[in-house]
Design a binder for this molecule. Structure first.
Ligand code: ZN
Length: 297
């Protein structure tokens, strides 16, 4: 864990915990919640927004002097090699989000192995650095696929950030450890679970994404401070490039719940990110949790 000195509200110099910032690099039409209505074979016919959204994010992170981790789809890296190199050239960590956003819960161990191997190759060939981090589509590591961390380690990954210790209708392992752990009884990649705040006997999600858009900013700020004060640990935060893109084409009309989750407060997301980047210290996942950085191939 890294701490830096900073000036707090009362102007005293206090040690500040450095948190991990991450972005899941995928197009607006690749989210799991749209998969019922958009076939992955049609993805190439839809207009791409990833380069312009990533440009906005590079500028945002530059303005705050923040380096972060980009969990990138192999499908995106295949079509945007320059963008993939740009991530590394700007000092960020390039990591894997699988090839085409298939949930690990829908794959056999051999399908999962071939997916993470293929994606690692594509990313490493595009950017010329080793890729050591992985995040499963839709946080799809759960009790049904306990082999995932072992396969990741065998394929050369050091860590995963794919478990969300919450109760949710699409994902979540409510009883999973809240902080970095080695999967029990197995040699495998370490797991860095998405951040939660403990309240009574329950874990509440506070790692970004839809909850960050939905809730008032003050709630998220309180939750991150609570992790620092109660647990003395860094938080890990995530969001997607499409979450700052209010003008993204409406290519699919999902049900009300999915529509709400995808678009709620999308217009104010960039301002909220600006605040969270100002109020807390941030770094790459590998540097915050693994003290490791860009090994050449
Ligand atoms: Zn994703």
């Amino acid at each position: 864990m890294t701490v830096v000195n900073s000036v707090s509200d009362d102007q005293k110099i206090t040690p500040e915990i450095v948190n991990a910032m991450s972005v899941d690099v995928e197009e607006y039409f690749q989210v799991s919640a749209f998969s019922a209505g958009i076939d992955s074979r049609d993805w190439d016919t839809l207009s791409s927004r990833i380069e312009q959204n990533m440009e906005t994010l590079f500028t945002l992170f530059d303005d705050h002097n923040v380096k972060c981790t980009f969990f990138t789809l192999g499908w995106v890296a295949d079509r945007h090699k320059k963008l993939t190199r740009q991530i590394v050239d700007a000092g960020h960590e390039l990591a894997s989000h699988g090839y085409e956003h298939q949930r690990a819960t829908t794959q056999t161990s051999e399908e999962f192995r071939s997916d993470v191997r293929r994606t690692k190759d594509i990313l490493e060939n595009a950017a010329g650095v080793q890729v050591s981090g992985f995040r499963a589509a839709s946080f799809s590591f759960d009790t049904s696929n306990p082999w995932t961390h072992e396969v990741l380690a065998e394929e050369g990954y050091d860590y995963s950030s794919s478990v969300y210790p919450v109760r949710h209708d699409h994902y979540g392992v409510p009883n999973a450890p809240r902080f970095t752990y080695e999967p029990a009884g197995r040699k495998g990649a370490i797991e860095i679970p998405l951040s939660t705040v403990r309240f009574s006997r329950w874990n509440f999600p506070c790692a970004g994404g839809g909850y960050f858009r939905l809730l008032p900013y003050a709630v998220s700020r309180w939750a991150i401070r609570n992790i620092h004060q109660s647990d003395a640990r860094p938080a890990i935060f995530y969001f997607h490039p499409w979450e700052i893109d209010a003008d993204q084409p409406r290519v699919y009309k999902p049900g009300l719940k999915t529509r709400f989750r995808h678009y709620v407060n999308i217009e104010t997301m960039k301002d909220k990110l600006d605040r969270v980047l100002t109020d807390f210290a941030w770094g790459r996942v590998d540097e915050v949790f693994c003290t490791k950085k860009d090994d050449p191939l």
